[in-house]
Ligand binder design. Structure first.
Ligand code: DGJ
Length: 768
């Protein structure tokens, strides 16, 4: 059928523009669109804001289905329970998952929010919808931010609570206070399921974090949380929902669609996926409401952490890819995110608490000879730190181990051509420390209860300004005096007995309630010290650590450059932990060390090659006792470090696909592909080979179908070549193949026979 000009114009007007836009007919509807996805919101006649659609991009406004089940405020109760409200409150005819709960000064506990206004920011990438309570001076601003396409086109949303009464209202007694009891980010809805859906989450424990869990998404609630004061090793504030049919295997299923998201918060959190009998799912989450309350006084504002979500056509690798681009483009601190992260050495497994200047110098010499770029002295360097029973909090070098302070060692590492880094655990104090003796009131505690020790330490109350000021001063002095380039910021125990007696006993009517703000104020306190430290030392790198990967989230990644993935450095454990970790977090964030063999967690000898290949899947580090490494291993390590540097931009900045998983196969395959498809690095691992069967061809992704690629096998014994040269890194494997062949038939990985086999293949696009 021919379209005449008028029809074409009308069609054009109904086309949804990229970015944030309001409906062309003036109706209170908005679309947030990228090339791939679309979120459509609408205000109903009764003033409720609902999500009409979230999913793959639709072209026209008329294509957007109107969410059902919302009529008006006199409707049946199911109206609101089933509605796809974007900020469902606790109140009224609602019995489903909710995002907000509050208590007003007169005792009323029911929220009733209606739409007030909308604002589209000039750049067309932000939409703010303001809702207001029907009776009380409370406004809630829902902010949706659309990331640029280069950052995966993801959406970030948060809610800001505003007490709209005049700031100088007579409120000395908290007469107008609004107590927030739950403050989640905005909610997301998946429509009733036409196809099978599966939920993917990450679970673990200390030394066994981020292991992938998959289950059918069935009616009921899947609730994830942390109550430890940090993100936790047990659960990750991340989810994916796969939709479609499984074509083959557990990991290569051709899922047509994947929804995914993560919370940007480093304290207590909750994430709920609530599914009803139709298969419709509501995704809610944000700050945990466990022991939480926040007092909002006239004129005050309170903003929730963001939830970041995306929807991609494809499978888990596509979700992984989109979140990686977002984190690299929008989250990680600048300007560091645009520079390669250094290959590091960390002393922990080599020396534990036995840290001396002499011993560290010897390690540094061997590390430098290996090509290491950053030398990090871990725990054990400060006064009276002979074990974990003393010293935390004081942060002065141990004069027995460092008679002239840290500076001589720091200078020496620089003379060797490396940067100098140091471990700290700022939020902690040992009872046996000068700090605790001077300020026993600085830790969380309830006066009448014991102060529970964990790892023989207590947690400083970072809700207190004086504690934050002390830590900032200590860290700033350390960094300045020693010209420190890198801090590993550890956090080794949860918060317990979260009392803040100065508040609770302040005598003000709201004091006890205010003490329950510590769950948020602690995190803000950590963020504030980190932010100010970075402001004062713009070149500083920070690694986030909490007994391994216990504080890994998009909130901490706004002010840290990388994360210590797990205290478990056994390569087989690592392959599983790293596969899960790499779902939310890009490879450059994931720090891996090559440690000694036989490993303390397993008796097998594991070849250096296997250990290096596993560690090369992220930011490479070495953590073994180099004093005990043989000359052969030291030379081998030098070669691997050089190989890593050659491939670093690909690994730290390319698209990462886990193409085979040890969860489903006897081998694992991970590929990194350059954004312009000009090259790829493919790592393959097979811990054991009892049947002697070659692994099936691996279908690569993201190559240019019409271009030809040559594969080179990077030999373990190749002499170390210097970074930066253009020469191929290895030996030719077969003849050039087209990108199409490599993606449709696949690459046969030349894995050697035997235990702990691994290989690294470098593919380069040939000139046309
Ligand atoms: C826990 C960390 O995860 C380790 O890497 C190490 O830094 C120790 N703490 C030191 O106490």
């Amino acid at each position: 059928m021919r379209e005449d000009g008028a029809e074409r114009d009308a069609l054009g007007a109904r086309r949804i523009a990229d970015g944030v836009s309001a409906a062309p007919d003036g109706a209170p509807r908005w679309a947030l669109a990228t090339a791939e996805t679309l979120l459509a919101l609408r205000v109903t006649e009764s003033g409720v804001v609902v999500q009409d659609y979230w999913g793959p991009r639709l072209p026209f406004w008329d294509d957007i289905p109107l969410a059902g089940f919302v009529t008006d405020r006199t409707a049946q109760d199911t109206s609101y329970t089933l509605a796809t409200e974007v900020y469902p409150v606790w109140g009224g005819l609602r019995f489903g998952a909710y995002t907000a709960q509050a208590r007003f000064a007169d005792g009323v506990r029911d929220l009733d929010l209606r739409f007030l206004s909308a604002r589209v920011e000039p750049a067309g990438r932000r939409l703010t919808l303001t809702l207001g309570d029907a009776v009380y001076p409370l406004r809630i601003e829902l902010r949706y931010q659309l990331a640029p396409a280069s950052s995966g086109g993801l959406l970030a949303a948060s809610a800001t609570w505003v007490h709209t009464a005049e700031a100088d209202a007579p409120d000395g007694e908290g007469a107008h206070a609004i107590v927030i009891e739950r403050a989640y980010a905005p909610a997301w809805s998946l429509p009733p399921a036409g196809a099978r859906r599966e939920i993917v989450t990450l679970a673990g424990h200390w030394a066994g974090e981020t292991r992938i869990q998959r289950a059918p998404l069935t009616p009921g609630e899947r609730a994830l949380e942390s109550r430890k004061g940090i993100t936790s090793a047990e659960a990750q504030p991340w989810f994916a929902v796969l939709e479609g049919e499984v074509a083959s295997g557990a990991h290569e299923g051709a899922w047509p669609l994947v929804y995914f998201g993560a919370l940007a918060w480093s304290g207590n959190w909750q994430l709920r996926l609530t599914t009803n009998i139709t298969g419709a799912t509501r995704i809610t989450g944000g700050l945990s409401d466990d022991d939480f309350a926040w007092t909002l006084l006239p004129g005050e504002r309170f903003t929730t952490p963001e939830i970041v979500v995306g929807c991609a056509r494809g499978d888990l690798n596509d979700a992984r890819h989109a979140l990686h681009r977002y984190t690299r483009g929008e989250v990680l601190p600048t300007p560091q995110r645009d520079a390669p992260l250094p290959v590091l050495y960390n002393s922990w497994e080599a020396t534990f608490f036995d840290v001396t200047e002499v011993g560290q110098r010897a390690l540094a010499e061997r590390a430098a000879a290996m090509g290491i770029e950053l030398f990090v002295v871990d725990d054990g360097w400060f006064s009276r730190r002979d074990d974990d029973s003393a010293g935390l909090g004081d942060w002065t070098p141990d004069t027995r181990a460092f008679p002239h302070g840290l500076r001589p060692l720091a200078d020496y590492t620089r003379e060797l051509g490396m940067r100098f880094g140091l471990w700290v655990e700022p939020e902690m104090v040992n009872p046996d420390s000068d700090l605790y003796r001077a300020h026993p009131e600085w830790v969380y505690h309830f006066p009448t209860r014991p102060r529970s020790l964990a790892r023989r330490q207590l947690v400083l109350n970072l809700a207190r300004d004086d504690v934050g000021a002390y830590l900032l001063d200590r860290l700033d002095t350390l960094v300045r005096e020693n010209d420190i380039a890198f801090l590993k910021w550890d956090m080794n125990r949860p918060i317990t007995e979260p009392g803040w007696p100065d508040q609770e006993q302040s005598g003000t009517p709201r004091g006890a309630e205010r003490a329950r703000e510590v769950w948020v104020r602690h995190v803000w306190g950590v963020y504030a010290v980190m932010d100010e430290l970075r402001r004062r030392h713009p070149d500083l790198l920070i690694e986030s650590c909490a007994s391994g990967g216990g504080r890994a989230d998009l909130g901490i990644l706004r002010r840290t450059d990388q994360i210590w993935t797990s205290d478990n450095t056994h390569p087989l454990a690592r392959l599983r932990v790293q596969e899960g970790f790499s779902l939310p977090f890009p490879p450059r964030v994931m720090v891996n060390w090559v440690t000694d063999t036989p490993h303390e967690r397993g008796l097998n000898e594991i070849p250096l090659r296997f250990r290096f290949h596993v560690a090369m899947l992220g930011t490479l580090g070495v953590g073994g006792d180099l004093a005990r490494w043989s000359a052969g291993d030291l030379a081998g390590a030098r070669a691997y470090v050089a190989q890593y540097k050659r491939l670093r931009s690909l690994i730290q900045g390319g698209a990462c696909d886990w193409l085979r998983s040890l969860d489903a196969h006897d081998h694992a395959v991970v590929a990194f592909t350059a954004p312009d498809a000009s090259e790829a690095a493919v790592f393959a691992f097979r811990p054991a080979d009892p049947f002697g069967e070659p692994p099936p061809p691996i279908r690569l992704r993201r190559l240019e179908p019409e271009a030809h690629y040559q594969a080179w096998l990077i030999h373990p014994d190749l002499p170390a070549s210097d970074a930066g040269t253009e020469a191929p890194l290895g030996a030719l494997v077969g003849a050039p193949l087209s990108g199409a062949a490599l993606m449709r038939y696949g690459l046969t990985a030349p894995l050697p026979r035997g235990l702990f086999a691994s290989c690294l293949i470098h593919l380069r696009r040939l000139a046309r």
